[in-house]
Design a protein. Structure first.
Length: 544
């Protein structure tokens, strides 16, 4: 809509040798794990780090870097920062300083992205010789064609490439592991590894299981009622075809080579997320009702920021519920336009709680559910999806290396894992219990009460090579947390550190990781702690 031709490419799919010949390149980079590059740019990053590259390689390339991160994590936006520095070393002309978007901002990444984007348009407009037709403002006469569409006239169902491979795991059991009267519903879900499994399901302690959830039934019902599509249209067989070379179709393993609109609504379009500014912008573009179109445009505009926060973010309204609030627009949407309006459901990562020797995969998952100003309770998509799984259900999953890099069994460990953060340590110590020459380690586990959420209570005492120290925060008048228990074992912690122990911390972000780090500083000093973090002798795996 600005008459600016562009290609959108995953970094590992971009031909590296062409980078020095580009005029303008915008990098959008998220951070994964302990400050690592995201999986789909790691090959590109290795090429970029080659010492043989000349320092003037990118002297004719204008570049901008947008980092996507979450400031509640230890290594906030490390990937974006590292990429920016490396591009500078290679002589790139930077359009702006590196921009670090923060998911903790009230507007999410839009808080940094929107003002940065407007500056980028102005910078690019200066290159009149390269983009002579570019406009700083959107041209309302431009017709946006969806980059994917439903083909109902296909003659043959061609088999599509699977892409990033997820495979179905069968649910063997789904057990609640918190007391029935406890506010938190936490599940231990066990997946059966197929007898004829390949290397796909080989894992190590510290690895994670990527889970692709489906939309919740109630959200699907709200959306289908809002669209008011006929049953015939919802269930009409179709192929998904691309109209843009740089846009990927939904994976075939998820929706099939031949699919339906209903399957895409159930499995692909994210109906549960809080709608973003871009959602309202696209709805406004496609809306045919003037009053709803005007209101949608207001929510998508910089001037409508307070309205957007009040309507969507503060009450955690879902995308499906937003569709219901704009009925004339929702009913006018064509199926192809849904690909432009909705973001795909993203896989979620869970630390594997079982040990490889078990020949199964177990997850410890706390169901996310809370109240807001909305009538219905707010629900986390994947945790609720997992909590509802039954024996025999199939779920698309994939093993991925975790951020923890555990040392050999003969190396001692100090592990801190309150709540579901204990999952990777259960995997680790169950495995170590069956290995020779395992050194002694300490595990600090925290929960609210011995009687409500003491996960794996009957297992810790029978594991060899680890002593488990438990902090119950609600069983005494004074609240006791893992950092308090650590202070009671200062001598043991210092002895293990002096013996070469590594320290691992897992759990929710917030006060806990900082409090644990402060205890370590008190024991060994700030300089030792900084060096230990830099050398990965202290590792964190936290989430919000």
């Amino acid at each position: 809509m600005r008459h600016l031709p562009a290609r959108v490419v995953e970094l590992d799919e971009y031909p590296f040798e062409k980078l020095c010949k580009e005029r303008v390149v915008i990098f959008v980079v998220s951070t994964t794990g302990g400050g690592e590059m995201p999986p789909n740019m790691r090959h590109f990053w290795k090429l970029l780090l080659r010492k043989s590259l000349p320092p003037n390689l990118l002297e004719n390339v204008n570049i901008a870097v947008l980092g996507l991160g979450d400031s509640s994590y230890q290594n906030f936006n490390f990937a974006g920062k590292k990429l920016f520095r490396r591009l500078l070393q290679l002589g790139a002309k930077m359009l702006t300083e590196v921009i670090l978007a923060d998911d903790q901002h009230e507007l999410g990444i839009d808080g940094a992205f929107v003002p940065w984007k407007n500056r980028i348009w102005e910078k690019i407009k200066d290159f009149d010789d390269t983009f002579p037709n570019m406009s700083l403002h959107q041209d309302p006469s431009v017709t946006l064609e969806p980059k994917l569409r439903f083909d109902y006239q296909y003659e043959k169902a061609e088999k599509r490439q699977q892409g990033e491979e997820y495979r179905a795991l069968v649910v063997e059991s789904n057990q609640r592991v918190t007391a029935e009267d406890h506010f938190q519903d936490t599940r231990l879900v066990k997946f059966e590894i197929p007898a004829n499994s390949t290397e796909s399901w080989i894992y190590q302690p510290g690895d994670v299981l990527m889970v692709r959830p489906c939309n919740l039934e109630e959200s699907v019902k709200i959306a289908i009622e809002a669209f008011d599509y006929s049953a015939e249209l919802l269930d009409r067989p179709a192929r998904i075809v691309q109209t843009d070379d740089f846009t990927k179709a939904p994976p075939a393993y998820l929706i099939g080579d031949v699919t339906t609109l209903r399957i895409c609504i159930e499995r692909y379009f994210d109906l549960q997320q809080v709608p973003k500014r871009s959602f309202f912008e696209m709805l406004s573009y496609y809306s045919t009702d003037e009053s709803e179109k005007e209101r949608l445009a207001e929510l998508a505009s910089p001037q409508g920021l307070d309205d957007l926060l009040e309507y969507a973010n503060r009450c955690r309204r879902t995308t499906a519920e937003a569709l219901r609030d704009f009925p004339k627009t929702a009913k006018s949407l064509l199926p192809d336009q849904l690909f432009e309006i909705f973001t795909p459901i993203r896989p979620r990562a869970f630390s594997i709680a079982s040990a490889p020797i078990q020949k199964s995969i177990e997850l410890l998952v706390a169901k996310v559910e809370y109240s807001s100003r909305m009538a219905d309770k707010r629900k986390g998509l994947c945790s609720t999806f997992i909590s509802r799984l039954k024996w025999g259900d199939k779920v698309f999953c994939k093993i991925r290396p975790g951020t923890f890099k555990f040392p050999r069994p003969e190396n001692p460990l100090i592990c801190i894992g309150p709540g579901t953060g204990v999952a990777p340590f259960r995997s680790l110590f169950k495995q170590r219990s069956n290995e020779p020459n395992t050194s002694n380690s300490l595990l600090f586990f925290g929960c609210r009460s011995k009687y409500s959420d003491f996960y794996f209570e009957n297992e810790w005492n029978v594991m060899e090579g680890v002593e488990t120290i438990v902090a119950f925060s609600r069983d005494t008048v004074r609240k006791v947390y893992v950092q308090d228990k650590m202070k009671e074992r200062v001598a043991d912690i210092e002895a293990l550190i002096d013996a070469g122990a590594s320290i691992f911390v897992a759990g929710s972000t917030g006060d806990m990781p900082k409090a644990v780090l402060n205890v370590i500083k008190q024991i060994k000093g700030e300089q030792w702690t900084l060096k230990a973090e830099a050398s990965a002798k202290i590792q964190f795996e936290t989430w919000s």
